[in-house]
Ligand binder design. Structure first.
Ligand code: ADP
Ligand code: GLC
Length: 528
């Protein structure tokens, strides 16, 4: 066990290590649509390093199953009315396609991380994306896919899977895909069948998993959960709301976002619920997994570099320009974007300032995929400025490293941003983040204003107003600093020295687990 300070919390007690069931739908490098996968790869080992016994629970999507070394048989999951479970609670014994889901223990092949795989032939094998079909529409069986995940989490966490030989002290679910777990756990607890403490983490409140009330019967959701103070949302079933209402404590991925989501502007219709639960809502910043994102030891960036030896960064810039078909101009201010192309990310603003950026002598390299309108606007900019603006549409992990390492500035002009990871990767690689002051971006980047330059806290560029003018003003600041190489170096050195590590975040999560356990001991069994 590793402790960073003598007072750091530990996850081991006289009763043994704290058992944490970490429930999620994606994990890097096996299945990734966004930052949640990076978090799910890094937080469990950081918790284990503090003494916790952490098991992932994930649907056996083909990409996940390919990354897991199975370690036992598939254990059938009991349904409501069997094994002493209440009638009518939980999905029926079979999925709509007629198969009986089951759990199988295993380990992730790359790290040895213990995993429970949720097998349900017919439910998890379609396509590559866990949430959407090839046309970008949510899977027609989404409610069933993630309803079963919630049911499996509730049973396993409560020690109600005969033959599993494991139960959890803490069930920790991530995003709406796991929300129903907290509804089922609440119902089981009410029947005296579950002792597990529960924590729900919001990575993105914009995606809520809302389904027509007709899904209730198939998912075995008791009427006692379907009301305004429960998981009902305007007559529908909301998986997200189930997590928000029924988890003992809630976390999200930055302190600023934790506040923002309690306001009507950023609450996506759930700010009222979040205001009610404010006392149990915490903001814990994500970290950087330095086994994946470290400029000195990145196998995808050779030769590497660090804050004192930047020759490798100059070579990375040349490699980036070459790879993306940009003119080989070592002195151009090279800006990059690595992102999902969605409204959240504000990238239409980047398309709007592209002409000005090039007119000032800059270059732009974009890697992303998503909404056709944003893609087209960036493609138009590329056509207007061949050799100065380059777009690569798609998801490409090695190229993401090439861009983060070789650029001077990484643009993250988000409309909202729960945490954001690419600005953290930018800081680490001396690629100064230019961000909008929202969510985790506001918590992690300090503007290069005169006063911040003066006191040495500057680490990037920050703007407030969500329009092209706001972005443009911050860009001008970036160009101005770039013309002062000594000042640029100072900011770069400071940025590269900042550490957002997972050990700190894991300690904060442990603290929340402990608070939640203490609250439960004091409050006893709540009423359904
Ligand atoms: P979000 O989760 O909202 O998409 P984050 O900044 O938290 O935003 O995480 C995004 C993650 O996905 C980062 O690891 C980033 O490098 C990666 N990423 C985003 N788009 C791409 C892409 N087109 N190709 C490769 N990696 C990408
Ligand atoms: C979400 C958010 C992003 C965050 C990531 C990991 O996808 O959009 O801001 O960094 O989750 O927590």
């Amino acid at each position: 066990m590793r402790l960073t300070t003598p007072t750091a919390p530990t996850a081991a007690t006289a009763a043994g290590p704290l058992r944490v069931l970490y429930v999620c739908a994606e994990v890097f490098p096996w299945l990734k649509t966004g930052g949640l996968a990076d978090v799910s790869a890094a937080l469990p080992p950081a918790l284990s390093a503090l003494g916790a016994d952490v098991r992932l629970l994930m649907p056996a999507f083909s990409a996940i199953a390919a990354g897991v070394e199975p370690q036992g048989p598939i254990i059938h999951l009991p349904a409501g009315g069997t094994h002493g479970l209440p009638h009518g609670l939980g999905p029926q014994a079979h999925t709509a396609s007629g198969t009986a889901p089951g759990l199988q223990a295993g380990r992730l092949k790359d790290t040895g991380q213990p995993v429970w795989l949720l097998h349900a032939p017919g439910l998890y094998q379609q396509g590559l994306n866990p949430y959407q079909d090839d046309h970008g529409h949510p899977w027609a069986n989404s409610a069933e896919r993630f309803g079963w995940l919630g049911w499996a989490a509730a049973l396993l966490g409560s020690g109600l899977v005969p033959g599993a030989g494991w139960s959890a002290d803490v069930v920790h679910g991530h995003d709406w895909h796991t929300g129903l777990a907290f509804g089922y756990l609440h119902a089981l607890r009410h029947k005296g069948l579950s002792q597990a403490t529960t924590v729900f983490t919001i990575h993105n409140l914009a995606y809520q998993g809302v389904f027509g009330a007709g899904v209730r019967a198939g998912l075995g959701l008791p009427d006692s959960l379907f009301h305004m103070q429960g998981l009902e949302y305007h007559g529908n079933v909301s998986f997200m709301k189930a997590g928000l209402v029924y988890a003992d404590h809630i976390t999200t991925v930055s302190p600023t976002y934790a506040h923002e989501i309690t306001t009507p502007e950023q609450g996506f219709g759930l700010d009222g619920v979040l205001r009610q639960r404010r006392g149990r809502l915490h903001g814990i910043l994500n970290g950087v997994d330095s086994s994946v994102w470290n400029p000195a030891a990145d196998p995808l960036v050779q030769p590497g570099f660090d804050a004192e030896h930047l020759e490798g960064k100059a070579l990375a810039k040349t490699a980036l320009q070459d790879r993306m078909g940009l003119a080989p101009r070592p002195d151009a201010l090279l800006c990059t974007v690595v992102s999902r192309l969605t409204g959240q990310k504000g990238l239409h603003l980047v398309a709007q300032v592209a002409d000005e950026l090039v007119a000032r002598g800059g270059q732009l390299a974009v890697l992303g995929a998503g909404e056709p309108g944003i893609e087209q606007a960036l493609r138009d900019a590329q056509h207007r400025h061949p050799g100065q603006v380059a777009l690569h549409v798609g998801y490409d992990e090695p190229l993401a490293h090439t861009l983060v390492a070789g650029a001077d500035v990484i643009l993250v002009p988000s409309h909202f941003e729960p945490c954001g990871l690419t600005q953290l990767y930018g800081l680490r690689y001396g690629t100064l983040p230019l961000v909008r002051a929202v969510g985790g971006l506001a918590d992690t980047v300090t503007d290069s204003s005169l006063e911040n330059l003066d006191d040495g806290s500057a680490s990037g560029f920050v703007f407030t107003s969500f329009d092209a003018k706001g972005l443009h003003t911050a860009l001008r600041r970036a160009f101005a600093l770039y013309r002062r190489p000594a000042d640029w170096r100072t900011v770069q050195r400071h940025a590269m020295g900042l550490r957002f590590d997972w050990d700190r975040a894991a300690q904060a999560y442990l603290h929340v687990y402990r608070m939640a356990q203490t609250d439960r001991q004091h409050s006893g069994t709540p009423h359904a």
